[in-house]
Design a binder for this molecule. Sequence first.
Ligand SMILES: Cc1ncc(COP(=O)(O)O)c(C=O)c1O
Ligand SMILES: [Zn+2]
Length: 366
Amino acid sequence: MIYVCTACKKRLDNPTKPLGLCPCGKPLSVHYDWEGIEEDIDVKIDDHSLWRYKRVLPNVEKEDIVSLGEGWSPLIPMAHHIFIKDETVNPTGSFKDRGMAMAVTMAKAQGVESICLPSAGNAGVSAAAYCQKAGIDCHVFLPETIPDSFKKATDQYGANIILEGQTISHAAHKMLESKEENWFDISTLKEPFRVEGKKTLGYEIAEQMNWELPDVIIYPTGGGTGLIGMWKAFQEMKGLGWISGPLPRMVAAQSDGCAPVVKAFQGLEKSTEFWDKSNTIALGLNVPGPLGGNWMLHVLSECNGIAVSAKESDLEKATEDFKKMSNIHASPEAGVVWSAYQSLKNRGWIGLNEKVVLFATGVERC
Ligand SMILES: Cc1ncc(COP(=O)(O)O)c(C=O)c1O
Ligand SMILES: [Zn+2]
């Protein structure tokens, strides 16, 4: 396994300590010696967690794996060629468990004793749960506006909670001010393994669709790890010969209360600009200044995808409609996805017979 900077392409082999960002300040991504070498599909079919894709994940001893049974969530077929990836069934109720399972496993294997991160809510709950399981101290920085249900869910796993400001960006600022030397920072894209966990979404969708990918995937986008991770998975699978044909067009769905990726995409920019006074009930999408803005925009251009925003004023209704349609007790991020689906369908961007995967990324916490 090697680490490569996503921006300056610097390569880091055999690091002696857990790596965060590249010295140039941009995210690192991990690569493997099997990439691009064709081989038969290799899935551990009796493992009902994301570790069924052990073949394409970092090589860790079985006893070092920190798992709560994350991943291998259902892909539910609905009418009109829609499939719903139901991530609410994960151990702490959201898809964040995939990234945290991998990041905490790797941190533990590398001797980390304390972890810190800012969170819009779900990532903090998830990190707390995996750190408790691993015996690692966990410091979670949340916005003051966070609903009690998230605080309680984080607290039950014994994490240290610090509240600051209105959004994850303010909480992140506070974390950098108060961070102690031995705290390992697992913020979105500041270490490379959360993406490795999230990439299993791509492998699962492929396996669940019999190794034939959908035409379109609609993903509620905040920091972007899922979008980036799935795209990495598709590239890897193509190189391995596990899939062929065109790759899905990815859709980054945001609320118009916080849509830095949509604004940059529409303006043909290469990076995102900080979104002032962001506000949305889809708390996971209230990420006004994502570190991976340019990486997401790059993925959208490579896959012929698009970024679209949902009207914040319609979000409550869209979420209720999604819940009724799917019977999944999903959080408002799913309303953003549902709204994006409808507008793209109406505009003809999604064709009549195209297969579309919609994400329910988290459970409604109240
Ligand atoms: C329920 C939910 N959906 C979507 C997201 C956005 O995920 P990402 O930051 O990977 O884009 C989050 C992030 O907090 C979330 O909690
Ligand atoms: Zn670099």
